[in-house]
Design a protein around this ligand. Structure first.
Ligand SMILES: *Cc1c(COP(=O)(O)O)cnc(C)c1O
Length: 383
């Protein structure tokens, strides 16, 4: 057995990131500054889209996207029952009302037919998640949205490299939001980005991310001389720092390298776990690119002979870090109390959420680490 604990989803930094962070510290410009601008430009280039705004988290990007689109109290936003709570909370913080749709049990993505069923005269937007990095059925979703005049926000926290029919995730809907949290495909510790084709929305996001101050207020202390600034909106403190962007501008150059390793790991697990009594991810659609953010296996106790929660404990005992992505949204007591959501009404999300386990998939993993993961899984299932 391993002697060292294998951390789930650990980020992968090199000397380039280290040097760049030190450079910011030595220059004493650590807050929002030129490196944030560089990171925004590099990200927009990667996505081949004109506008980008770096913020402190994907949650902030989602929240500000809702506000930039003008969502307000009384408006309904349809989102998926299988996601991280931040997706749903962004809608609530914007003052709108979240409405859940169930998932497709094979792709684990929001079911376009259930979106259609949940549309009411108050629906203004859909907030979709490309789950684990697999693109949603965007043709169907965009068709529903256009029939009912709805905005589409893409939560791309899992979907940095994702493509759908040759188009990059985050550029298909109205605004795309990305995360650079520690476990995501590239990381700045905490961090997020919003991208869009519309300059008006990105301007709104940038202003709201810095207290609602007039644009470029961050330059007020620069060598160009002191500038007065005025508040035009009631904004938030959501700006990204240069310290974060220092990591980002080097991480973004490594996207393809990281993705290739994730892709290898994915194939390795598919191959080595296929004869075991666990559910494996559906094959990747031809014509789409999976970001391989999560590798999730399903532990059905009647087949695996062990409960999901027991399996989590046993993996931890064998020094393998695991995750659960996620317990279904209606399982959270807060939402039950506030919206009256019940798991029984979202059968696919509830079943998946009760059986899923994420095993490590990160470019930092060595071949030896991967053997240890497979060995631990086999060992638990055969005992
Ligand atoms: C991680 C994550 C978020 C939140 O990202 P932060 O950058 O941590 O705010 C939102 N949605 C999904 C699906 C996520 O996985």
């Amino acid at each position: 057995m391993r002697t060292e604990f294998l951390v789930f989803g650990s980020p992968y930094f090199g000397p380039e990131e280290e040097e760049e962070v030190l450079d910011s510290m030595r220059r004493s410009w650590i807050g929002t500054g030129p490196k944030v601008k560089l990171f925004e430009t590099a990200f927009a280039q990667y996505k081949n889209i004109p506008y980008s705004a770096a913020v402190h988290s994907c949650t902030a990007a989602l929240h500000l996207s809702c506000l930039a689109l003008g969502l307000k109290p009384g408006d309904e936003v349809i989102t998926t029952a299988m996601t991280f709570c931040a997706t749903v909370n962004a809608i609530i913080h914007a003052g709108a009302t979240p409405v859940l749709a169930d998932i497709d049990p094979v792709t684990l993505n929001i079911d376009p037919e259930d979106i259609e069923r949940k549309v009411t005269p108050r629906t203004r937007a859909v907030l979709i998640v490309h789950f684990a990095g697999r693109p949603c059925k965007m043709d169907e979703i965009l068709a529903v949205a256009s029939r009912h005049h709805l905005y589409v926000i893409e939560d791309c926290a899992h979907a940095l490299e994702t493509e759908y029919h040759g188009q990059k995730a985050g550029t298909l809907g109205d605004i795309g939001c990305f995360s650079f949290y520690a476990t995501k495909n590239i990381s700045t510790g905490e961090g997020g980005m919003a991208i869009t084709h519309k300059s008006e929305w990105i301007q709104a996001i940038k202003i709201m991310a810095l207290h609602g101050l007039s644009a470029d207020a961050w330059q007020r202390f620069s060598d160009k001389g002191y500038k007065h600034y005025f508040m035009t909106e009631l904004g938030f403190k959501y700006n990204m720092m240069d310290l974060q962007a220092a990591m980002g501008i080097h991480q973004i150059k490594k996207i393809d390298l990281f993705w290739q390793r994730r892709s290898q790991i994915w194939q390795f697990y598919m191959d080595r776990l296929k004869s075991l009594p666990v559910g494996l991810p559906a094959p990747v659609d031809p014509g789409s690119k999976h970001a391989y953010h999560l590798f999730t296996i399903e532990i059905d106790p009647s087949k695996a002979g062990v409960s999901r929660d027991r399996f989590l404990e046993e993996m931890t005992k064998r020094k393998i870090g695991v995750g659960v992505h996620y317990c279904a949204i209606p399982e959270h007591p807060y939402y039950q109390k506030r919206f009256g959501w019940r798991s029984e009404d979202f059968v696919h999300a509830a079943r998946y959420g009760s059986q899923t386990v994420s095993i490590p998939i990160s470019p930092k993993l060595t071949d030896r680490d991967l053997e240890d993961v497979v060995e631990a899984v086999s060992d638990i299932l055969s005992s």
